[in-house]
Design a protein around this ligand. Structure first.
Ligand code: MRU
Length: 382
């Protein structure tokens, strides 16, 4: 794949990801310069397949079916989806229709609506010809900005891991617990929760990651484990219910997760199960940090628990599971008795009071309106 940053200007000095291991791209302009290639995450970790998106519908399908997922990558894909729509028809009507189609794909990650609004803002006043070109330029900038922002999150969060390492007089490893995949695969580069981890690993810190498997879709077991493995970061996959026990045993130094939408009061929506980890962390005195790029902050929402929309997905994601057989085939099997009622809530909200701090590209904020407003005075009012 060609790098998504080749036509962007904002990342001249920002590497796209860790220098260790085997780099990969989650999304990139295709060789022909107009279609968009994505890594199909529904096939990982067993198959690495690049899918070519040529239409708005391809982009909407990729987001809805979770070929791409993770809040920042959903945003970047939506931006490219707008560019693909403009490539086909740059009329005002199609600009409106494309925005509507993309925003309807998934409700919780606010980066999606942010990216679509941003594309509309830039394209709205342009004529059709200028619009086509500007759409690709802005989409590629959004992708490049994501890399730079996440690298900034890494720089902000790295001292947390260094302090823990320094406090271990016997040189023991630093144990980080993470939930879901808030890694490179959830972004255009570096990941959010993983950015400090990758920087620490690059610097030679002995970091080990407890990876929650993250039922029902297993983003931890399938995706986080895959990308940490590719970069040589020591990690261990655990069943979702294991974290509390490990915390009681002193085997978790810090939790770092991502978020799909952060309310202005510091409440964070993230993959279902994050809330339970935050509760266990508080009970055991383990610091619980959430890493977020600023486009994930929804300044219009003041009470995350009440107002962040929680996506509910197909029951089959809970009742069926896929995996590789010993013969090497990938197969799906059913886990529950026929006709069992199943609920599939994709996200939950962790209240700000359980969050030790929000790791952003501008530094670490207290999880509160005042804390966020201090770092982002142009948006929030303390
Ligand atoms: O349903 P998903 O896989 O899109 O959910 C992803 C998450 O919950 C991530 O933790 C979140 O988007 C932060 S990603 C940097």
């Amino acid at each position: 794949m060609t790098s998504a940053t080749t036509t962007a200007t904002t990342t001249a000095t920002i590497p796209e990801g860790p220098s260790t291991g085997a780099p990969f791209h989650t999304i990139a302009l295709a060789e022909d310069g107009w279609a968009v290639d994505i890594l199909d995450q529904t096939l990982l970790p067993h198959r690495e397949v690049t899918v070519r998106m040529e239409t708005l519908e391809d982009a909407a399908h990729a987001i809805f079916s979770m070929q791409v997922r993770g809040a920042p990558l959903i945003g970047a894909t939506a931006a490219y989806g707008m560019a693909l729509a403009m490539h086909a028809d740059a009329s005002d009507d199609n600009l409106d229709a494309a925005a509507k189609t993309l925003v309807a794909t998934r409700p919780t990650a606010v980066n999606l609506a942010w990216a679509v609004d941003e594309m509309r803002r830039v394209l709205g006043s342009l004529g059709a010809n200028a619009r086509r070109e500007a759409a690709y330029v802005r989409a590629t900038e959004i992708a490049a900005e994501d890399i730079a922002i996440n690298h900034g999150i890494g720089t902000s969060g790295l001292p947390l891991l260094e302090e823990i390492a320094a406090s271990k007089t016997g040189g023991e490893r630093v144990n980080v617990l993470t939930h879901c995949n808030a890694g490179i695969l959830a972004t255009v580069g570096w990941g959010t929760a993983t950015a400090p981890i990758y920087l620490a690993h690059e610097k030679g810190l002995d970091v080990h990651v407890w990876v929650d498997e993250t039922r029902p879709r297993n983003q931890g077991a399938s995706l986080t484990a895959w990308e940490l493995g590719r970069h040589g970061v020591p990690h261990t996959v655990i069943a979702d219910n294991t974290g509390g026990h490990l915390m009681q045993q002193g085997q978790v130094d810090i939790c770092i997760t991502g978020t799909d939408r952060t309310a202005a009061n510091g409440d964070v929506a993230n993959k279902i199960g994050t809330y339970l980890k935050a509760l266990a962390a508080q009970d055991n005195g383990v610091p619980f940090y959430v890493a977020l790029p600023s486009p994930t902050i929804d300044w219009t929402i003041t009470d995350g628990i009440k107002d962040i929309p929680i996506e509910q997905r197909a029951a089959e994601e809970v009742s069926w599971i896929s995996g590789r057989t010993e013969a090497g085939e990938v197969e799906r099997v059913c886990l529950v008795p026929a006709d069992t009622a199943v609920a599939n809530y994709a996200f939950d909200v962790t209240p700000a009071r359980l969050v030790t701090g929000l790791i952003t590209e501008r530094g670490i904020a207290e999880a509160s309106r005042g804390g966020l407003a201090k770092l982002f005075p142009e948006y929030g009012k303390a």
